[in-house]
Write a protein that binds this ligand. Sequence first.
Ligand code: C2E
Ligand code: CA
Ligand code: CA
Length: 662
Amino acid sequence: MLSQLQSFQARVRAVLRLPRENPELIQAKLAAFTRQIPIMYTLVMVNTVALAVTHYGSAPWLLTVVIPSVLNSVCLFRMILWWRSRGKILSAEHAIARLHGTIVTAGILGAGVSAWSLSLFRYGDAYVQSYVAFFMATTTIGIGFCLMHLRSAALLIMALVVIPFTIFFVSTGSMVFVATAINFVTVVVACGYVLLINYRNFENSINSTKALLIKQEELKALNDTNFRNSNIDSLTGLPNRRHFFAELDRRMAQAAADGRSLTIGILDLDGFKPINDVHGHRTGDRLLIDASLRLRAALDPSIYLARLGGDEFVIIDENETCRARIIEAGTAIADLLQAPFEIDELTIRIGSSIGFATFPSVAITAEDLFECADYALYFVKQHDRGRAVIFSAEHQASIREASLIDQALLNADLETELWIAYQPIIDTDSGRTVCFEALARWRSPTLGDVSPMRFITAAERSGSICELTPILLRKALEGAASWPADVRISFNLSALDVASPLSALKIIGIVQQSGIDAHRIDFEVTETAVMRNRSQASEALKTLKALGARISLDDFGTGYSSLSCIRELPLDKIKIDRSFVQNVETDAASQMILRTLAGLCINLKLDCVVEGVETTQQMRLLRDEGCRFMQGYLFARPMAASKVQAYLAASDNAAPAAMARA
Ligand code: C2E
Ligand code: CA
Ligand code: CA
């Protein structure tokens, strides 16, 4: 019994208390009230005046003037208070205080109205007495409905009127008043019930709106995280490739609408890969972070900077239109990145190259603009590493030319149009030709003679080099078949030729068919070709070496190979690039490099060939630095197969004589 009473008490308390933990519900109650409370107070005031007037003269002045005035003043005061705060968002504390005030006022009003109307009862005749009952019932129900959203106040006021009302009217003993009391109680109970149901619906709808809002916010946070993850580069915190292309599209559309131009610049770090290889990825990552911080700090905030991936960054500049200023800005960036980086007690130096392209002068779509900048970057990396270049009409022309070459290559009859020129490699100790390098030549019926620099590059880019190499190798070996057995042949391989064991097997097949002893063959590969896929290339080269052939590293010194990677490859020979020979007579640095490279070959027990020797003075200097094998125009230009026999016969006498003169 006691526990039932306690649980009933708890339920009553729960119904009457304000939901402090639910500020949204409190605010919703307030919002509903601001509209309903003035109606309620108006109702109370009008009804009060009406009741007072019906008793004026018959009841004492205190009951017909003073008390109604006090009641109406309280109503008016509360009404003004609510009216003034309409549309305002109150703090949670203020809102709760305001609702508490309303509950207290409801209590005072309920008790006051009950006491006042019942005390008027005895001053009227039966009609007026019925009117008192009518006044109390209608006013209470009216107030109850107006207070619908404040359950505790509504129930309190109903209880404070209905209980004294029932006791009072039942005690009169009049059947009419007893019946009125029964009617009133029934109606109030029914209304109270409906009111509770309504209130629960109101509470539920507020709570589900709140839950929906929370879900929406969670969803938004999730979307924000997704957006960040898919648009920000996690290493540097810069926008990533995806963000860049979206941004480029947007900015180009804006620039087109405003009739403005816009420049993009793709920036590539020179020498980043070997740093990554030698010092590890952690150092590489730190370097990328430091470089991105340096760039972001130095660039004007209006310039957009993103990381495309790897060691490539990109900028969008909407301010600069003058070519000279763009190059100036690019050079400033290159200088900025040239300053040493201090990472984990290491001092690291890198360079950078930049390719620019301007909208709308060279391209009008984002893809084309990017390709132009990429081409400018490719161009600067090939010709002018460490500088900035803007995509120009000449670049456009060379792209057109490249596409002409691509087309012509596609339609070429390679068997008849390709041929081989041979250039001798001389042992300067004896003056004898020890080897010929096979150099590809193409006479196209539409384009004429095309330099191997162009068509080999085009074939490498399109992948058709895989068709060219077998034809060239077969022709090269055919030409060498009639040479003396101690003269070797050197053949150039591309990256794709050493990219898989399968391509190496193809080469082996051709060598075996040629009937030439594989021990007489050198295969030349460049650092860049090998570096593209070091482990695969190393495997392919080992397969060729197992056959008996030797491997030369071509164009040595122009790439970025570190000593460690040279040691990993199965090399026999190094060919020092001709760029080091060009200035050897005048440039002390070139001499120094040549001396170091020659010394390196001796240490690594590798043969060394110097390419591009054009003058006797160069040869003399090179010999002084310890170089023995040389190739270049001084000895002979590349010649057709038919000229080789005559050359060999003549040089048997002439070359030693030339050596003697040197
Ligand atoms: P490379 O392998 O460095 O070939 C040497 C290039 O230097 C040849 O150019 C040769 O004619 C040139 N040269 C030789 N001596 C001198 C000299 O004293 N002064 C100057 N200025 N140049 C000299 P070429 O024949 O135009 O070949 C260019 C490049 O094309 C070759 O450079 C090689 O990378 C590539 N290439 C040529 N034939 C083939 C081939 O059959 N297969 C592949 N994959 N690439 C080839
Ligand atoms: Ca070569
Ligand atoms: Ca070379």
